[in-house]
Design a protein around this ligand. Sequence first.
Ligand code: AMP
Ligand code: MG
Length: 337
Amino acid sequence: MNTLRLTPQDAPLAARLLAQGGLVAFPTETVYGLGANGLDPAAVAGIFAAKGRPQDNPLILHVPGPDHLARYCDPIPAAAYDLARRFWPGPLTMILPRREVVPDVVTAGLDTVGMRCPDHPVALAILKLCQLPVAAPSANTSGRPSPTTAQAVWEDMAGRIDAVVDGGPCRVGVESTIVDLTVSPPRLLRPGGVTLEELEAALGPVAVDEAVTRLMSTGEKPRAPGMKYRHYAPKAPVTVVRGDPTASARYIAQRLGPGVGVICFDDYVNLFPGCPLRSLGPQGDRAEQARRLFEALRWFDGQDVTAILTQSPDSDGLGLAVTNRLNKAAGFHIIDL
Ligand code: AMP
Ligand code: MG
């Protein structure tokens, strides 16, 4: 398949391709999504094929606004409209009871569906033009770090999909926060750009699913089916060194050697001369860390490294999303200092 490279001005063509059953990767504020018409089971099946995604890992439906929720979900709790008012368009996915129009292939047969309205002009233009719910997981090969640039999408998807719309680098850099509103109290299934603290300010207490902070063993059935799979991982094994940044930098500096790559904060770059290295930004700037994380992980696949050691922020605020992705990339191989 010849994959088209499109620009934001091509949003009408992207919308037409989606309506015709095509696969189109497009920018959102979180990461690039791989979209298909969420009402067309054959088109949605194409997403799973292009990504090599396990069939039991459900997709999120993207809509242009909260007024589209009732088309696909029922009943809708008041909390959903309240959250939509506060955080949409934005990096928040809500799990709600699905209506029958939503095909099984989207929800992996669950009776719930994830709904999101992305905060990106290109994504919103496409959604408004096609007037369809667009099923869209991250536009990476399953298991690889999510793409935050059109180039990263191209590496994984060229020849496998109809088009990639280049909208520049993503502003948030990690996937959406997922909150399950079908349970009481609401449950955080994946941390993201909307923080746990912000959710609790809106909803009251929110439970944090265990899979956010620890490795699920093979026999366990996680609430978000995707959580059991290997994720975000570069080819070389990753070890997270957790603790005070000065101490973690010193710990890593003592373990350098041939084939050892380092992910660190800007503040410590000069401790690792000559190493394959990516910096995540200043140690206090979690937003920058979230933006840079996936590109850093992807970069090491082009380097001659056999091990990657990484510093890690604290887990408050956006740090919960950053540490969750780092820990998952490491298969929860964590050293606590
Ligand atoms: P991705 O779009 O690649 O970031 O993956 C979507 C994530 O949303 C996966 O982790 C799914 O397991 C999760 N998800 C989608 N729909 C549901 C649902 N109905 N219930 C629970 N988790 C869901
Ligand atoms: Mg993904």
